[in-house]
Design a protein. Structure first.
Lengths: 424, 325
C-alpha cells in the first residue's frame, strides 16, 4: 500500500520524524536514569547526565606531602605532582586552573605563578593596615600590584610587598610551591581539573551491600514468585469449568468474574487486613501471597477462559467419547494447549506483583526486614537519600531491571495477553 | 525462617496442595461417593458430572468471594462506624469527609485525572499506532514506547523525578530553562499545573497499552474499505478519520474505560512524587493517608471509589452477557 494513491512522500517523512520525536520523548527519561546510575556521584551533581560523555570540571583541595621540601635562598620549596598526591584527583585529569584559597580554587591558569604577598593598604577611613593579596603572573615576569584591593582599600605602592608564598602548577599536575617559612606541613592547594567522564558500579555496590537493597530484592522475589504460580493453578481449573463444563451457575459466575475485574483494590484493604489479624496471619508474607492470589484471580480466569473456549471442540469431544474424564481432558489436553494463555497471565501477574506497592505496604510488616523494593524506594530512599541521585538511580534500576528483561524477552505473550484481556 | 525458604515451601505446598485437591476430590467423587457400579451406574455418572464443575471452581470461588466480594460489603459496613470501629455513626464519615477541603481537592484532582489521563493516553496511543502502522522500523518504535508498561509506578516516578528536578544539572526541564537564561522552577509546586506533570507519568506508562490494542484493531480493519476510499479519492486524513476511526470506535471505548479504571487505583505516583502535598492529592492516595489511622474514613473513601467504578462494572457485565449469547 506504500506507493499507491493517497500516500504522499512528504507525509512519509513527516511520519518518520514524528515517530522519532515520540520515541525520543518516551526513551529519554529512562536513558537518563540508566546513565546516571553508572556515573560517579560527584560528577552527577556537577553536570547533567546528557553531558556524561564529556569531562567534568571539578575543584579539588589537595595537601601534598611536605616530605622533600628544601631551602632555596630565603625561601623553602616543595615540588612534585598534585595528581600523585591525591586519591580524589588521581587519574588522567588535566589541570584547568589552580589557586591557594577555597574562595578561588581556579584563579590562575596552568603554567602561571600564583603568589600571595603582604602589602600595606590605606583603608577608606585613612588608617594604614597590612593585608594579603593574591596575584597571578606569567613566569619570568614580575608581579604587578593593583592600585585597589578587593575590599576597596588603596594599596600603598612604595612600600615593598613582602613575599608570603607562591604556587605554580602545570597542566599535567606538576607543581612548585614556595613559602617564606619552613614547610613542615602539607600546604593546602586547590586545583580545578577537567576530569574525564567516569563510569562506575559504585552506586550499585553501595545500595546492594550497605543500603539493604539486596534484602529488598530478595523480598520482592519472595513475594512475586508464589503470587504468580499459585493463582495460575487455581484459575486454570476454574477457567476450564467455565469454558467446557455445563452447569447452571456458569453464566452467573462468568458475569461475576467480569464484574470483579474492575473492583478497586482499595475496597479490600481494611476488611482483609482486619480478617488476617483476626485469624492470626497478620501482616506477613503468607497474607501477601493470599491477597495477590485473590486479586489476580479475575483476570486469570477471564484470560484463560477466553483462550480455552477457543480451543477446537472436536479434540475435547472426541477425548470424552473415548472415555476421558473431565480431569483427564483438562490435564492432558486443555492445559498443554493453553500454554500461550498461561504464559500471558504469568507475565502479567509477575509484573504486577513485582511492581506492586499498595498490597505490599498494607499486607507486609512495616519493618526494614520485610520491605520489598518499591516500598524501600518510596518510603525509605526517597526520604533519607532524597538528594543522592546516584543512589536513587541505581536503586530504581535494580528494581526495574528484572521486569524490563521479562518484558523484552516475552513481549509476544504480553501483547497477546493484553489483546485477549481487554473486555470487548 | 527466612522468607525465601517460606516462599519455596509455599510454592510447593500451594501448587502441590492445589494439584492434590483437584486430583483427590475427583477421585473421591468418582470412586467413593458416586461409584459407577451396579444398578446406579448411569445415574451416578450423571450425579458426579453435576458436582464436578463445583470441585473445579471451588478454590477460585473461595478466593473471589472472600477477597473481593466480601470486602465490598465489609468495607461498606466498616465505613458506617467511627474510627475505633465500635460506634455506629451512619453516614457520619461521608458527611464529615465531604465537608473537608482536603477531600474536595482530592475529588477534584481525581476528576482531572479521569479526564486527562485516559484521553491523552488513548490519543497518543492511537497516534503512535497509526503512524507506525506502515513504518519499516514500526515494531521497534512500538516496542520502545510500550516499554514503560513493565516499569513499576514507583520506578516511573523516580525516573520522572530526575526529569522534573529543580537542579538544572539533574533535571532536563530546568536544564532547558537554564539554557534560555530562565530561573529553575520546581514544576511539582506550580499550583494546579503540577497535577498535569504528575498525570503525564501515567500517560507515559499507559500510552503503550493503548497503542498495542489500537494497533491490533487498526490491523483488523478490512482492507477493502480502505481501498474503496482511496479509489474514491479520499486523502490520508479522511481515510483515518472517516474510515478507520469509526471502525475501531468500540476498541477505543474499551481502551478508554480500562485506563479510567486504572486511574482510580493508582496511588503510587502521587505518593512517590509529592506525597499528596501542593494540592496534588487524589482519592487513592487520600485513602492511604487514612489507612492504618482511621479505618472508618479509609473505607468510606474506598467506597466512594467503588461507587465511581460501578457504572463501568455494570457496563462490562452487560457486554459480557451479550457476547455469550
Amino acid at each position: 500500500m506504500d506507493n499507491i494513491a493517497g500516500q504522499k512522500s512528504g507525509l512519509s517523512i513527516a511520519t518518520n520524524l514524528s515517530v522519532i520525536a515520540l520515541v525520543l520523548i518516551w526513551l529519554i527519561p529512562t536513558i537518563g536514569l540508566a546513565v546516571s546510575s553508572f556515573r560517579e556521584r560527584a560528577q552527577i551533581s556537577e553536570t547533567g547526565w546528557w553531558r556524561a560523555p564529556f569531562s567534568v570540571e571539578q575543584a579539588y583541595r589537595i595537601s601534598p606531602d611536605p616530605e622533600g621540601a628544601y631551602q632555596d635562598g630565603d625561601q623553602w620549596v616543595l615540588e612534585g605532582n598534585l595528581f600523585d598526591s591525591s586519591e580524589d584527583a588521581s587519574g588522567q585529569g588535566t589541570v584547568s586552573g589552580f589557586g591557594i584559597t577555597s574562595r578561588a580554587p581556579g584563579a590562575a591558569e596552568p603554567g602561571m605563578i600564583y603568589a600571595r604577598y603582604e602589602v600595606q593598604v590605606i583603608e577608606p577611613d585613612g588608617e594604614q593596615d597590612d593585608t594579603n593579596i593574591e596575584i597571578a603572573y606569567a613566569e619570568g615576569e614580575e608581579p604587578v600590584f593593583p592600585d585597589v584591593d578587593e575590599d576597596g582599600n588603596t594599596v600603598v605602592q612604595d612600600i615593598p610587598p613582602i613575599f608570603d608564598r607562591s604556587l605554580q602548577v602545570m597542566q599535567n599536575g606538576d607543581f612548585v610551591y614556595r613559602d617564606a617559612d619552613e614547610i613542615d606541613r602539607g600546604p593546602s592547594v586547590y586545583i580545578t581539573a577537567a576530569q574525564p567522564p567516569e563510569f562506575t558500579l559504585d552506586n550499585y555496590d553501595q545500595i546492594l551491600t550497605s543500603d539493604g537493597m539486596d534484602r529488598a530484592f530478595i523480598n520482592t522475589l519472595t513475594v512475586s514468585i508464589p503470587a504468580t504460580v499459585i493463582p495460575i493453578v487455581v484459575a486454570a481449573f476454574a477457567a476450564y469449568a467455565l469454558a467446557w463444563m455445563d452447569f447452571g451457575a456458569r453464566g452467573f459466575l462468568i458475569a461475576m468474574v467480569v464484574g470483579l475485574l474492575v473492583v478497586p483494590l482499595q475496597i479490600a484493604l481494611v476488611p482483609l487486613l482486619t480478617l488476617h489479624q483476626e485469624i492470626g496471619i497478620g501482616q506477613s508474607f503468607l497474607g501477601v501471597w493470599l491477597a495477590h492470589t485473590a486479586f489476580g484471580m479475575p483476570l486469570a480466569i477471564y484470560l484463560l477462559r477466553n483462550y480455552m473456549i477457543g480451543l477446537p471442540r472436536d479434540i475435547i469431544e472426541s477425548a470424552k467419547v473415548d472415555g476421558a474424564t473431565d480431569f483427564q481432558v483438562f490435564t492432558k489436553i486443555v492445559l498443554p494447549l493453553s500454554f500461550p494463555a498461561l504464559a500471558s497471565f504469568a507475565i502479567f501477574q509477575f509484573l504486577w506483583t513485582w511492581n506492586d506497592l499498595l498490597v505490599a505496604k498494607v499486607f507486609l510488616p512495616s519493618n526494614a526486614d520485610s520491605w520489598v523494593m518499591t516500598v524501600k524506594i518510596a518510603d525509605d530512599l526517597l526520604g533519607s537519600r532524597g538528594g543522592d541521585w546516584g543512589i536513587l538511580a541505581a536503586a530504581a534500576f535494580v528494581s526495574i531491571a528484572v521486569p524490563l528483561f521479562v518484558f523484552f524477552a516475552m513481549q509476544k505473550y504480553l501483547v497477546r495477553g493484553l489483546l485477549a484481556g481487554s473486555v470487548k | 525462617m527466612s522468607p525465601v525458604v517460606q516462599g519455596i515451601i509455599t510454592i510447593i505446598l500451594g501448587v502441590g496442595g492445589c494439584a492434590a485437591y483437584f486430583y483427590a476430590s475427583n477421585l473421591v467423587l468418582d470412586k467413593v461417593i458416586f461409584p459407577p457400579r451396579n444398578d446406579d451406574h448411569g445415574r451416578n455418572i450423571n450425579r458426579a458430572n453435576i458436582v464436578r464443575p463445583w470441585l473445579f471452581v471451588a478454590p477460585a470461588i473461595f478466593f473471589l468471594g472472600l477477597y473481593l466480594v466480601y470486602p465490598v460489603v465489609g468495607s461498606f459496613f466498616r465505613s458506617l462506624y467511627n474510627r475505633s470501629g465500635n460506634t455506629f455513626i451512619g453516614l457520619g464519615n461521608y458527611t464529615q469527609m465531604f465537608s473537608e477541603e482536603g477531600f474536595r481537592v482530592a475529588l477534584f484532582n481525581n476528576i482531572l485525572w479521569v479526564i486527562f489521563v485516559p484521553a491523552s493516553a488513548t490519543f497518543l496511543g492511537l497516534l503512535v499506532a497509526q503512524l507506525t502502522d506502515r513504518l519499516k522500523w514500526g515494531n521497534i518504535a512500538k516496542s520502545l514506547i510500550f516499554m514503560p508498561m513493565a516499569i513499576s509506578f514507583v520506578g516511573a516516578s523516580l525516573i520522572w523525578k530526575f526529569v522534573y528536578a529543580n537542579n538544572p544539572d539533574i533535571g532536563i526541564i530546568n536544564a532547558v530553562r537554564d539554557f534560555f537564561g530562565l530561573n529553575p522552577i520546581d514544576v511539582l509546586q506550580i499550583p494546579f499545573w503540577n497535577n498535569f506533570f504528575i498525570m503525564f507519568i501515567l500517560v507515559w506508562i499507559q500510552t503503550g497499552f493503548a497503542m498495542v490494542i489500537l494497533s491490533a484493531a487498526l490491523r483488523g480493519i478490512p482492507e477493502e474499505t480502505i481501498e474503496a476510499a482511496i479509489i474514491d479519492g479520499a486523502n490520508p486524513f479522511q481515510i483515518f478519520f472517516k474510515i478507520k476511526i469509526p471502525q475501531i470506535a468500540p476498541t477505543i471505548v474499551v481502551v478508554w474505560t480500562t485506563i479510567t479504571i486504572l486511574v482510580l487505583k493508582v496511588f503510587d505516583i502521587v505518593y512517590a512524587m509529592t506525597g499528596g502535598n501542593f494540592d496534588t492529592e487524589i482519592l487513592p492516595s487520600y485513602m492511604m493517608d487514612y489507612m492504618f489511622r482511621d479505618d472508618g474514613r479509609a473505607t468510606a473513601v474506598a467506597f466512594v471509589i467503588m461507587i465511581i467504578v460501578t457504572p463501568v462494572m455494570v457496563w462490562n457485565i452487560v457486554q459480557a452477557r451479550r457476547e455469550m449469547r
